[in-house]
Design a protein around this ligand. Sequence first.
Ligand code: C2E
Ligand code: MG
Ligand code: MG
Ligand code: MG
Length: 284
Amino acid sequence: QAKGKGPGQLCYHSPEMSGRARERLALEADLRGALAKGELSLHYQPQVALDSGALAGMEALLRWTHPTRGSVPPNAFIPLAEECGLIVEMGDWILETVCRQIRQWSEAGIAPRHTAVNISAVQLSRGNLFDSVRRALDVSGVAPGQLELEITESCVMLERELSFKTLADLHALGVRLSIDDFGTGYSSLSYLQQLAVHKLKIDMSFVRGMMDNSGNAAIVRAVIALGKSMGLEIIAEGVEQPEQARYLRAQGCDVIQGYLLSKPMPAVAAGEYLGRYAQQPPIF
Ligand code: C2E
Ligand code: MG
Ligand code: MG
Ligand code: MG
């Protein structure tokens, strides 16, 4: 990145910065081809109800297997895909792929109640998300209630009016809505009333600190109380330890997701997990 120092001044590029810029450009070019080359795939992570141990859902998480770099984490390429607009096309592919997967699990009799897809702010503000969702549902024959969309608090900040309208339309269609990373974004609580969501996901940063940080524990309890009083389902993400699950259950949290249950799995392994789970739910 060049830093202007006023008229007549030289722009200064540090070797490190231009290296990083080159790196970004290369990654962006590769990303443009990734979809067509079949380098993208979806992994699935289970969500389990704390009271019954029943499987409550699956979350689809995007993976990119780069031919030379190997596995590139979503946090390294989704922001890039958002900046260059590629996320809209990628998002459509994700919705279609997940709906096809739900259909396949339904036919095998192992579909979870809901399967969640992460939605980017750019999809919500720029793409025609409502049409994309309806097309993916139509083509696969999946019922809207089987699909859950995860949005973040900052998701609705870009094009507020349009985003709220789109989410209201999706809600009317019967799709479930969930607020991801709850408590970490910039927003007022009033949007929780305006947005008809079904579910709050407590961000894993709070869950992680919860057992030895009274502030984090207080936030977790407050989110559970707030969500409950609004009739929302509460899920905690990033649960790794049995004692975290026990604490969350004692506080009235409904569902957990995290490495304690399973890491995100490729589609085939996720199907096997669903099949096994139907026979023998784990006990906490
Ligand atoms: P997220 O939606 O909040 O997903 C949760 C992240 O936490 C995932 O990382 C998941 O693998 C990880 N995780 C789950 N359980 C645990 C645990 O017990 N411990 C720890 N340390 N981590 C856990 P991942 O897959 O790397 O995804 C990162 C973020 O990338 C996601 O955060 C989401 O914001 C974004 N993302 C992933 N897939 C998609 C997608 O298909 N579309 C869009 N727009 N964004 C996506
Ligand atoms: Mg998510
Ligand atoms: Mg999250
Ligand atoms: Mg996140």
